[in-house]
Ligand binder design. Structure first.
Ligand code: SF4
Length: 211
């Protein structure tokens, strides 16, 4: 792939990707978001069935909770010049033994590095789930809980959070410190990272919040 390829050109090629089509039960439909000015990166797992249908990242209960965790309005979250959303697999991988299957293993090796190279302003990465953890924090904590507890390990450039899926409600109940102590720090970091960027109209209006 040419090193001088623009992010827009690369995104066009990603959105036309059929590399692992044979392993995708609903076929390829890459769902991602990125702009060259993005300062916050959300490194997630893979789209679920609802997101596959809408084509909008985190257009589900997980996204509603994630926006609340990060203190982001809908407008901010979906502004690619502020927030890049790159799951470890861009297409819905189908059902697994419990919940959705893992992200397709072909995806990150094919696309992740060239995309990240074209996002020079990322100042804070929110790492969601074990697959993103293995890529963005290799050799560190053994599991998600340990990585979240060890939040200072990559601060202030990255933090691991549990996946915001409703499937993790039990984890959140067992770890009340996460919402009480860590999330306020994460929200403050997100404000600091996005501060100074042009905001979309209404982005600072509390009534714009969707949860
Ligand atoms: S999951 Fe990734 S590698 Fe597979 S078809 Fe979708 S974009 Fe291509």
């Amino acid at each position: 792939m040419p090193s001088d390829e623009t992010l827009d050109a690369l995104l066009c090629r990603v959105r036309a990707c059929t590399l692992c089509a044979a392993g995708l039960p609903l076929g390829p439909r890459p769902v991602l978001q990125a702009g060259t000015g993005a300062r916050l990166l959300i490194a997630g797992q893979a789209p679920g069935r609802k997101v596959h249908a809408s084509g909008i990242p985190f257009d589900d209960a997980s996204g509603q909770r994630l926006r609340d965790w990060l203190g982001l309005t809908h407008a901010q979250f979906y502004d690619p010049q502020q927030v890049a959303i790159l799951p470890m697999g861009f297409c819905y991988p189908g059902k697994g033994h419990s919940g959705d299957a893992p992200p397709r293993p072909e995806c990150a090796p094919a696309w992740r590095r060239p995309l990240l190279e074209r996002l020079p302003h990322i100042a804070f990465t929110v790492v969601l789930g074990q697959y993103a953890l293995a890529w963005h924090m290799p050799g560190g904590a053994r599991g998600v809980t340990e990585a979240v507890r060890d939040w200072q390990g990559h601060w202030p450039t990255a933090v691991a959070l549990p996946h915001p899926s409703p499937r993790n409600n039990g984890w959140l109940k067992r770890n009340p410190w996460f919402e009480a102590e860590l999330l306020p720090l994460v929200r403050a970091r997100v404000v600091a990272v996005l501060d100074g960027q042009p905001r979309q109209p209404g982005a600072n209006n509390p009534s714009d919040r969707d949860n």
